[in-house]
Design a protein around this ligand. Structure first.
Ligand code: PBG
Length: 327
């Protein structure tokens, strides 16, 4: 191996054309999934305060939004719903005429090729804000699984392309796979929120979805951020239970987990660049403290470089605009 002065790595950085040619990691709009918040009502397009550029959309406005997403070359969306009413068992989540089920129909009509992923969870629909059924003051894992099965089936029936269980109950992937197969949805893939950590960075999402737990926290089911070995066990368990795509969430504070998962497992990896990660950039940029475009592209490149195949990000539309307009 030559060393300095024969070795001069700057030779590969001097000429911009060559610099581009030796780039190891590329971002494309096709890497991204854009999250959408859908709500009942008409003509609603309310900006979510801590997430500038992200809106609560009624179905009429959802139509124009998904056309824009598809035109930008973003391949898919993930849906979150605001129910008309919350109750103790989150019943709108598995209502065949719930907000998500209706939204899927609208999207599939407007943009049939746009991939529709649904979040299979209860927290947006329960009055207590937890992701499962409450029993004796705790979350009852196995009773919750039955409800996740009903949610997944109703999403698949409505036309969801992929279901994404996010509640971090043990056995959720196996339960959902079994239920889907039993109902002839054996070809519907599962994107499992496999290593989902108990994170402060979900704060803006909980404002958006009005899903802050009314008592306690989510630490009995979401992972301890300090445990990368356990993250790999969670991922391994989900693959064995039948997950087609595995997810690490959040992304930026967990790049090591993404990277280890990439080295250890073959299935595609999705990384969720969560609401708080988006809000940090947006607020710093609004103050003129960071250049939004270059800071965002740098962070997203980091997520891809760590090993993510798919990036779920509220920045997806911004990124597509930036990348599509480059030179
Ligand atoms: C539902 C769910 C959450 C997020 C995605 N699905 C919230 C939570 O677990 O509290 C967070 C997404 C984000 O912060 O962008 N379980």
């Amino acid at each position: 191996m030559p060393t300095f002065p024969q070795l001069r790595l700057r030779r590969l950085r001097e000429n911009p054309t060559l610099r581009d040619m030796v780039r190891e990691t590329y971002l494309s709009p096709r890497d991204f999934i854009f999250p959408l918040f859908v709500t009942h009502g008409r003509d609603i397009r309310d900006e979510i305060a801590p997430m500038p550029g992200i809106y609560h959309l009624s179905l009429d406005n959802l139509l124009t939004e998904v056309k824009e997403v598809a035109d930008l070359g973003i391949p898919g969306v993930i849906l979150f719903g605001l129910p008309a009413e919350k109750d103790s068992s989150g019943s709108e989540a598995y209502d065949d005429h719930g907000i998500i089920q209706e939204a899927i129909g609208v999207i599939k009509q407007a943009t049939p090729d746009l991939l529709v992923i649904t979040d299979v969870c209860l927290c947006e629909y329960t009055s207590h804000g937890h992701c499962g059924v409450i029993h004796d003051g705790g979350i009852d894992n196995d009773r919750t699984l039955e409800l996740y099965q009903r949610i997944a089936i109703s999403h698949a029936k409505a036309g969801a392309d992929v279901v994404a269980p996010s509640g971090m109950m043990d056995g959720q992937v196996k339960a959902i796979r079994g239920a889907l197969d039993h109902e002839t949805f054996q070809d519907t893939p599962i994107m499992a929120y496999a290593a989902k950590h108990a994170s402060a960075f979900y704060g803006p999402f909980r404002t958006a979805a009005n899903s802050t737990p009314q008592f306690g926290d989510r630490k009995s089911y979401q992972m301890d951020p300090a445990n990368p070995r356990m993250a790999l066990r969670e991922i391994e368990a989900d693959i064995e239970e039948g997950a087609d795509i595995i997810m690490v969430k959040p992304a930026l504070a967990y790049l090591d987990v993404i990277s280890k998962a990439r080295q250890s497992f073959a299935p595609p990896i999705a990384a969720y660049n969560v609401s708080g990660e988006y809000s940090m950039i947006k607020s710093a940029a609004a103050n003129g403290w960071l250049d939004e475009r270059s800071a965002t592209l740098e962070l997203l490149t980091g997520i891809k470089r760590a090993g993510a195949d798919i990036i779920i990000s509220y920045h997806a539309k911004d990124v597509a605009h930036w990348l599509n307009s480059r030179r």
